[in-house]
Design a protein around this ligand. Sequence first.
Ligand code: PMP
Length: 413
Amino acid sequence: MSLPSTTTAPSWTEVAGAFPALRQTVNGHPLVYLDSAATSLKPTVVIDAVSEYYRDYPSNVHRSVHTLAGRATEAYEAARARVAGFIGTRAENLVFTHGTTESVNLVANGWARRHLQPGDEILLTPAEHHSNLVPWQQAARATGARLVYAELSPEGHLSMAALRAAFTPRTRLVTVAHVSNVLGTENPIRQVVELAHRHDAVVVVDGAQSVPHLPVSVTELGVDFFAFSGHKMCGPTGIGALYGRPDRLRETDPLLFGGEMIAEVDRERATWADVPYRFEGGTPNVAGAIGLAAAVQFLESVGMQRIAVHSRELAVEAAERLAPLPGAAVYGSLANRQAVVAFNLAGVHPHDVAQVLDSLGIAVRAGHHCAQPLMATLAIQSSARASFYLYNTREDVDRLVDGLREVGRYFGR
Ligand code: PMP
């Protein structure tokens, strides 16, 4: 399948057929790819959109007047509008970045460093990915602000009660992941926003694991800033975005100074271009943006609501079937679980779990998942993690469960 040409949504078999990487065997077995939370596979339409740009109109944007440059600029700005629409906002509120990490750094450096005072508080949870933690540590260090943690519930979830209790008159910024990359939990962002705005605090949401899987409207959520990555949602690597409420973007300083982000420059000083261009200094990732727009079109053709249900069902089934395996610990509860299942088998290092599964053609992640404070909270060093997406099937869950039985036999359990 290339892009489905009919108005009816494609079957899951057709969807899987759109991903050429799935047409391979790994270590003699058909590939089962269960590492989409790290990065997703790419459908042919995305690969084609990127190659078409490089082949037919590989020009810079917003500069030259020739035809190819015009086509590139048009495609780049059309991509901005498409990606913005996908998250329920308008083009002028969307900054292209290289991904969630850069997006969070832009807010932490461009907004927080300008607005936080010594003694102000940044409220977050111990479940944050390092990309939504280390930039805040640095901003706190630079401004004299403090990090305040709202401890997780006993099941390891965001606790609204703990969050409520952690607010003080100094809370200026609240930041949480929309969906945890370890526990798979979807956090109640609307409630977080309501609470934070009552305290006049700005809300920054890490959407790296939600935008690929759920219908998201930043406008309905009411967030101030929202970060996500293209490569986890069928798009190319090196492209992502930051949504900012128009007033918030206007009060954010640029991070990269140089070409394309200016209005006027003289020998001594410069003024900035309008939002969002002032945040995109230098030649942007044109091919990435075009590929991301193709990914968005592809996801929309499948249907975000369907994708949300599909990956959730696979993850819940996997969690339910892994839990009774000998020595298995599955982290997080089934409530609000999205596409991720982190687990351990007692007495087997997660790297060994991943290695044996790989020998069976099954790709899972093993490690601390860039969430060391969460690992410490769960009192583990690391875990294995299976993550599901629109191209996975129930047969993939069967292969995972059978593979883990094989791991158990291999390690004499
Ligand atoms: N936050 C979360 C929850 C993530 O899962 C990831 C990627 N693992 C990131 C942030 C960072 O994303 P990127 O590496 O694309 O910048």
